[in-house]
Design a protein around this ligand. Structure first.
Ligand code: AHG
Ligand code: MN
Ligand code: MN
Length: 364
C-alpha cells in the first residue's frame, strides 16, 4: 500500500476517539507522548555500543540495583528517564510507576496533574541488549482513583493496585530489525511500524488476531526441575509430539525477552510460559504483574488470545504490591485453556505421587 494511504498512529487514535464523542482527547495525547518515549528509546538502543551505554551500572553507584535486587544496565536507567521526562509535564497523569523505580513517581509541582496512571517496564529483556537481540518497552494505562483526581494529592502504591481488566490502554514497543508499536485501546489490537524517514509510527497491522491453535511453545526449560506438575505434564506432552497424546509435533522458542515472545505469538500464534515454580519460595513467578503481565495480557485478550496465571485469568488478579511477581501463561487460546485445565485437574496423572496414580482412590 502506498505510504500516503496508510494511517499514522495519530490518525488511528483520532478515528478510535470518534467512537466516543464525549472523550476529551487526553488519552490520545498521553499515548502519543508514550510513543515518543518509545521512539527516543529505539534511537538510543539502535546506537548500541557507539554511545558506550551498553554496560552495567557499577553496583556501588546509587541506582545500580533496582528494587527487585536486579542489576540495572545503563540503558534500563536511561530508558526509564526517557519515559519519565516525556510524560511528567503533559498534565494527563496523576503519577507513574516503573520497574526501575522503587516508589511511585510523583508529578512535579511545576506541572498540572491529570486523571491517568502510567505504569511501564522501560526496557524489557535488557539481558539481551549486549548481544544485539530484540528488546522492548511495555506500558499500561489505568484511571487514577477519582478521589486522587479531585484532591490532586500525591499518588500512593495503593492507587496502582487495580486488576488488569481495569486498564484503559496497554501495549509495547519492540526494538528489533524494525521498531514497532503494538497497542490496544480496548477495541482490538493494532500494530504500527516506525517509518524512520518520517519518524512516524504507521499502521501496518490493523487487526491483529492470535490463532487459537499452535504447534509452538516457549519456556525456559532450565527451570524444569522447579516446575509444578501441570506445567511438567504440558511440556512433556508437547515434547512427545506425534508419538504422544497431542498427536502432533511442537517447535520450541526462547528469546528471554518477553516483548519479543509476545510479538511472535501475536504474529503467528504460540504459547509462552513463565509459570510459578518452586525455585525461590519468596518469588511466585518471574514476571511482574503490573507492568509486564497485565499489559501483555490485555493485548493478548484483545487479540483473541488468552493470558492466565495458570489458575485464573491474569487480568482478574487483584494486585497486592507494586512490584508483585506472578506466574504467567499467554498466547493461543486453546493451549492456554489446556494449561489451565491441567492446573485445575486433580493430580491424577502425576506418576511421581503414588496416592494419585491412575488406579488410586482419587481417580477421576
Ligand atoms: P527485564 O529485562 O525487564 O528484567 O525482563 C526480563 C524478563 C522477560 O523479558 C523474559 O521473558 C524473562 O525475564 C527472561 O527470564 P530468564 O532469564 O529466566 O530466561
Ligand atoms: Mn521486563
Ligand atoms: Mn525491564
Amino acid at each position: 500500500m502506498p505510504l500516503s494511504k496508510r494511517w499514522t498512529l495519530t490518525r488511528y487514535l483520532i478515528e478510535e476517539r470518534r467512537r466516543f464523542p464525549e472523550a476529551s482527547g487526553d488519552l490520545n495525547a498521553l499515548l502519543l507522548d508514550v510513543s515518543l518515549a518509545c521512539k527516543a528509546i529505539s534511537r538510543v538502543v539502535s546506537f548500541g555500543d557507539l554511545t558506550d551505554s551498553l554496560g552495567q551500572l557499577p553496583a556501588t553507584e546509587a541506582g545500580g540495583v533496582n528494587v527487585q535486587g536486579e542489576v540495572q544496565k545503563q540503558l534500563d536507567v536511561l530508558s526509564n528517564e526517557i519515559f519519565v521526562r516525556m510524560n511528567e509535564w503533559n498534565g494527563h497523569l496523576a503519577g507513574m510507576a516503573s520497574e526501575e523505580m522503587d516508589e511511585p513517581k510523583q508529578i512535579p509541582e511545576a506541572y498540572p496533574r491529570g486523571k491517568y496512571l502510567l505504569l511501564f517496564d522501560p526496557l524489557d529483556g535488557s539481558s539481551n541488549i549486549d548481544v544485539n537481540v530484540a528488546v522492548g518497552s511495555i506500558f499500561s494505562i489505568l484511571r487514577a482513583p477519582q478521589e486522587v483526581v479531585d484532591s490532586g494529592r500525591d499518588v500512593t502504591e495503593a492507587d496502582f493496585l487495580q486488576p488488569g481488566a481495569a486498564q484503559v490502554a496497554a501495549g509495547y514497543a519492540i526494538y528489533g530489525p524494525t521498531t514497532m508499536l503494538v497497542l490496544s485501546v480496548g477495541n482490538g489490537v493494532a500494530g504500527f511500524t516506525l517509518n524512520p524517514n518520517l519518524g512516524e509510527f504507521v499502521l501496518t497491522h490493523p487487526c491483529i488476531q492470535v490463532p487459537a491453535d499452535t504447534q509452538e511453545f516457549a519456556i525456559n526449560s532450565s527451570n524444569s526441575r522447579f516446575w509444578e506438575p501441570p506445567v511438567k505434564r504440558y511440556v512433556d506432552e508437547c515434547l512427545a509430539g506425534k508419538t504422544g497424546t497431542r498427536g502432533k509435533d511442537f517447535n520450541m522458542r526462547w528469546i528471554a525477552s518477553m516483548v519479543a515472545e509476545a510479538h511472535r505469538i501475536l504474529m503467528r500464534g504460540g504459547v509462552f510460559m513463565y509459570p510459578r515454580d518452586t525455585k525461590d519460595p519468596a518469588r511466585p513467578g518471574r514476571l511482574r504483574l503490573l507492568y509486564e503481565a497485565n499489559p501483555v495480557g490485555f493485548v493478548m485478550e484483545q487479540a483473541g488470545g488468552r493470558a492466565s496465571t495458570g489458575r485464573q485469568p491474569v487480568l482478574g488478579v487483584t494486585p497486592s504490591s507494586l512490584h508483585q511477581r506472578i506466574g504467567l501463561v499467554f498466547g493461543s487460546r486453546h493451549e492456554v485453556e489446556r494449561i489451565e485445565r491441567y492446573h485445575h485437574e486433580p493430580a491424577t496423572r502425576d506418576p511421581g505421587v503414588p496416592l494419585f496414580a491412575e488406579r488410586s482412590l482419587f481417580r477421576d
